[in-house]
Design a protein around this ligand. Structure first.
Ligand SMILES: [Zn+2]
Length: 94
């Protein structure tokens, strides 16, 4: 069975290793807490850390330039650079 991953930018489903890959971004405070909690419960390796995301071959190179940012900021920046989506258009998604 193929283990397809979904690009965080465009939602494209791809096979890791062939078309894209995962990137780890700067940890936010809540990501650090997640990891502490996960280590307590020995979940590391089973659950994907929140600061890690999958990117298709098209978006991986641009996302890779942003790994010093938090993942949500990086996604927004890549969308802005590559998809022409206005970053910070005062239309909060959450
Ligand atoms: Zn993509």
């Amino acid at each position: 069975m193929e283990n397809k991953k979904e690009c965080r930018i465009c939602g494209y489903r791809f096979t890791p290793g062939k078309e894209g890959g995962s990137l780890a971004f700067a940890k936010r405070e809540k990501d650090k807490l997640w990891r502490e909690h996960a280590e307590d419960e020995e979940l590391v390796g089973e659950k994907k850390p929140p600061e890690v995301g999958w990117f298709c071959a098209k978006h991986y190179p641009e996302a890779e330039k942003c790994t010093d940012m938090a993942i949500n900021d990086a996604i927004e920046l890549v969308e802005f650079r590559m998809e022409g989506k206005a970053a910070g258009n005062l239309n909060p998604r959450m």
